[in-house]
Design a protein around this ligand. Structure first.
Ligand code: PXG
Length: 427
């Protein structure tokens, strides 16, 4: 099983058998309120009728079409719809099947771009500590989670550096929204540029808000400073918006929420409301054109997947984007954010808590680790919440929360109350 303690799971399995709107049903029949939108992906809630119908109809109409040298209209339609949501001129879209594939695709596009621009010496990628970019060799290499790298060390990509992460409890504990402290941490990029030479770096990749390692909200001015440094040195800036895309922070993408436009956006999860696996990379038109125009006749980018733009995923994607629009879910996420912030910060004084942070409809509660047992306390909180009918997510010693955007204020209270109760009960 993925990222799972297999032996422990088999001793005490936790199985979900059905889902509708805000709730799962577990194998023993008890209802579980979804405080995590599955794994940050079911933004419109579960088993939504219009998406279910679109997938079923598509399976009966065109189950599969080859994507190499052939195409089908829905892929182009979805690309246009995605491009309408992305900022500025990030208007060219490449489909993948997951966030990991989107990240590796973006890194390859960066290299292809610099070759097309006749700067093939731009080979370095810069990621960030505590960054998560999926599990491909590219994403694992630019990712900054030591445990995810250890088993593969020695054979990850060379020419990768990492910026420091922005999380420092001495300066930004209990921030509401973006912390005031930390913009200067982006200046580490300046140091890397100085050491490698200004034309050695192909791209910088960051999650605008780091999700998997416990909701690290970018300090005010931080992303702006990264953007400025990339501009000064011609470096491509990639935002990995696999979690932050599709309204989780209020705007369609975090790029718009924070007012900083990258050169590429990787996305997945919410693009299909997780009903069919899909990822994508949106790139600036000039990046697309540089690669395509520089190529001799024939294939311009030697990359792609059997299931790039799969018809079922496209049908799910189109129905999902329609649903987001029809129900105004991105605006709803933005409207609920202040209520969410108030609710989650009620945990500021709770037992074991050393930080609470929030942005959009995302939050994290960081717990003091048990001596010698990192993560154990938060895992017990997760089990306690699940037993009492609320699904939360554990990231190290953080409890991460990110409900579907259809969550009600009563359900927000229920999620927060479950965490509060769990913190009273666990040791
Ligand atoms: N980039 C980011 C920013 C992600 O959050 C990926 C890439 C990889 O996507 P795929 O589709 O290949 O898994 C992710 C995935 C968690 C959790 O609990 C987060 C993810 C996946 C599973 C669990 O934080 N993010």
């Amino acid at each position: 099983m993925p990222f799972t303690a297999n032996r422990a799971f088999k001793r005490a399995p936790r199985l979900l058998v059905s889902a509708k709107d805000m709730h799962y049903v577990a194998a023993d029949g008890h209802r579980v309120l979804d405080g995590t939108a599955g794994l940050w992906c079911v933004n419109a809630g579960h088993a939504r009728e219009s998406i279910v119908r679109a997938i079923a109809e598509q399976a009966a109409t065109l189950d599969y079409a080859p994507g190499f040298q052939m195409g089908h209209p829905l892929a182009f339609e979805l690309a246009r719809r995605v491009a309408a949501l992305t900022p500025d001129d990030l208007n060219r879209v490449f489909f993948t099947n997951s966030g990991s594939e989107a990240v590796d695709t973006a890194l390859k596009i960066a290299l292809a771009y610099w070759r097309a621009r006749r700067e093939p010496e731009r080979l370095w990628f810069v990621g960030r500590q505590r960054g998560y970019h999926g599990v491909g060799f590219g994403g694992t290499s630019v990712g900054g989670i030591p445990a995810n790298r250890r088993q593969f060390e020695g054979q990850l990509l060379p020419n990768v550096d990492h910026l420091p992460d922005t999380h420092d409890l001495a300066h930004n504990a209990f921030s509401r929204g973006q912390p005031a402290w930390g913009a200067h941490l982006a200046d580490a990029l300046q140091t890397l540029i100085a050491s490698h030479g200004s034309r050695a770096i192909a791209a910088v990749i960051v999650e605008p808000m780091a999700g998997s390692t416990g909701v690290l909200v970018p300090p005010k001015g931080y992303l702006e400073r990264l953007r400025d440094l990339c501009d000064q040195h011609g470096i491509l800036l990639i935002f990995d918006e696999v979690i932050t895309g599709f309204g989780r922070l209020g705007a369609p993408f975090a790029a718009q929420q924070f007012g900083v436009t990258p050169d590429m956006i990787t996305m997945a999860k919410g693009i299909t409301n997780a009903a069919v696996p899909m990822g994508a990379v949106a790139v600036r038109t000039r990046i697309h054109d540089a690669i395509v125009d520089a190529a001799p006749d024939g294939i311009e980018l030697f990359h792609g997947y059997t299931y790039s733009g799969h018809p079922l995923a496209c049908a799910a994607g189109l129905a999902t984007l329609d649903l987001y629009e029809r129900e105004g879910l991105f605006a709803r996420s933005a409207e609920l954010a202040p209520y969410w912030a108030d609710a989650i910060h009620r945990l500021d004084d709770a037992r074991h808590v050393i930080d609470v942070r929030n942005v959009g409809l995302v939050g994290a509660v960081e717990l003091r680790p048990r001596d010698g047992k990192p993560g154990a306390r938060a895992f017990d909180a997760f089990l306690d919440c699940l037993e009492h009918g609320v699904l939360v997510r554990v990231a190290g010693d953080n409890i991460a929360l990110s409900p579907p955007l259809i969550v009600t204020t009563e359900q927000i209270d229920e999620i927060v109350e479950a965490v509060a109760q769990a913190l009273r009960r666990i040791s």
